[in-house]
Design a protein. Structure first.
Lengths: 318, 318
């Protein structure tokens, strides 16, 4: 197979990091940029990483998806709050036998994207990455980086592993990015929510780091109850997550350094929060199966309020 | 009947206001003071009120309950967070045929006090009062003032109206304080929680006025859901509150000026929050009847976290 051509839709902390790693490994990568376009065209991308810093003085940068070549693999790395743009973008950049790889957080995004490109041209990737964009075309990779890849099929029916997954996994691993293959993307999505829902939500609502949330018996108790609600949500989708997984996530978080979640960073920067992808979609999916998740719904409403006020305030003060 | 002798346990925004009004009307009132003791002994009490300002240059003030005379009516006007003091205090100040009138917020306090003074010596009063203490012995009465009086009996069994209720109501009304008599104290307590639980809780958690909470569709929706949970809690105590009451409370709040709740004021002043009385006790009471109230439980845990951190921070910074 010839070298795959990659498109990166959204060259930020996540898309910029993975795309730069792939280009550095010799792959053919094309970056869609927005506010950083001029800067990146002139200066390229800079990655400071715990695995070694590097610079790409020249990259294929675009400020309009219409100028991009058709690609084999489209990495969707926008914030989900921008996903309304995808129905226009994706058809202009995906090859007939190409695939969209959703690297976003939350639930149900692959399903939305399948409406645009078809059920057989979507995959999901769960990213365990800690990185920030610290300036135009300048990414700071702090820790982790693994991706769990899973195929999408209609209604998230599990379809096992495929050749194209293995090819993409090879590309990423050649770039030093660890990849695991999942046989059940929806299970993986729900598992990731077991962590994301309590910590992202409460870190914003209570203005707290993970360490603070774990140190107080009441917030810790609420974290745990929320995790069990996510498990109930997964069950409503026919996905079984064992109670042991809750204890694993609590232990894992106990052993982390004080961590500011990605949603908290977005909040502090007055950026839109991914409330619908991470909270709204799981609530809707469970409700479709007749299951209510009251604690998650409480956080959902609180976050919607805080998100609206946070941006309103930002607009006034800038 | 001779003039009743009143004790005010806790001469703050509420106890100071009602006690001063009673003394001004000619009743024999004895005030327990704490930090304001020296000031009030020398300068008395000052009440600025929308119904007319007045000063009481001399009041019967005490800094120790042991020095107080036995009284007919003991107004309990401490914050509930101080109620652990009452088992020592009340026996030293209540006449054999006296009664403790609980003017505090929340649920189940009368039951706790009945453990100290007996089931037949407790009453509850629901205060609809907007006042602040603005300085030592200096109270600012902003609005409202009505009290709904109800007799307590074992297990909150409703016992209708009694002579002593009517006597106390007469005293208060002679002092210009409107009083209504309730035949079912527990019903009244749950009704008051329909307002107090959503607005006190969310005002602290979301740092918002009542007006802000009503203006956003998500917080408004959460307020409404919380009100229905309080109704479910009331039902678990055998008290029926109609759904219409929710709409009345929403309309009532829509028509209020932007209001900072009492719990928000406590929070902003780094004072302990009455989380147990207003949230913890209703949760426990419902749970005893086998009913869970998940949204209220979510707020409970969040408030316990915020309360602990709020006071910790206060202790460090002062």
């Amino acid at each position: 197979m010839s070298i795959s051509r990659y498109a990166v839709i959204g060259t930020g902390a996540l898309g910029g990091f993975y795309g730069a790693k792939l280009q550095k490994a010799g792959l053919d990568v094309h970056f869609l940029l927005n506010s950083d376009y001029e800067h990146v065209i002139q200066h390229g991308l800079v990655v400071e990483s715990k695995d070694g810093d590097f610079t790409l003085p020249q990259v294929n940068g675009y400020n309009d998806v219409a100028s991009m070549p058709y690609c084999d693999v489209i990495l969707v790395a926008l914030k989900t709050t921008q996903n309304h743009l995808l129905s226009q973008m994706l058809p202009q950049v995906i090859k007939n036998d190409g695939v969209v790889l959703v690297l976003q957080n939350g639930l149900g995004i692959e399903e939305e994207i399948a409406q645009i490109v078809g059920n057989d041209r979507v995959m999901g990737g769960l990213c365990f990455l800690c990185s920030n964009k610290v300036g135009a075309g300048h990414i700071h990779h702090l820790d982790y980086g693994e991706i769990i890849l899973g195929e999408y099929a209609a209604n998230y029916h599990p379809v096992g592993t495929t050749d194209r997954m293995r090819q993409i996994a090879n590309d990423f691993e050649s770039a030093g990015i660890p990849v695991k293959l999942s046989e059940d993307l929806l299970l993986g999505r729900w598992q990731k929510l077991v962590w994301n829902i309590p910590y992202n939500g409460l870190s914003v609502i209570l203005n707290a780091t993970t360490t603070e949330l774990m140190a107080n018996i009441h917030s810790r108790n609420l974290v745990e109850k929320l995790m069990y609600e996510v498990i109930a949500g997964a069950k409503s989708s026919g996905r079984i997550i064992s109670d042991r997984f809750v204890q694993q996530m609590l232990d894992y978080t106990d052993n982390m350094k004080p961590y500011r979640t990605s949603m908290k960073i977005d909040y502090d920067e007055h950026r839109p929060l991914e409330v619908e992808a991470i909270f709204g979609n799981p609530l809707k999916k469970a409700l479709t199966a007749g299951v209510t998740l009251p604690l998650i719904s409480c956080l959902y409403h609180q976050l919607k309020f805080l998100d609206a006020r946070n941006r309103e305030f930002h607009n006034i003060s800038h």
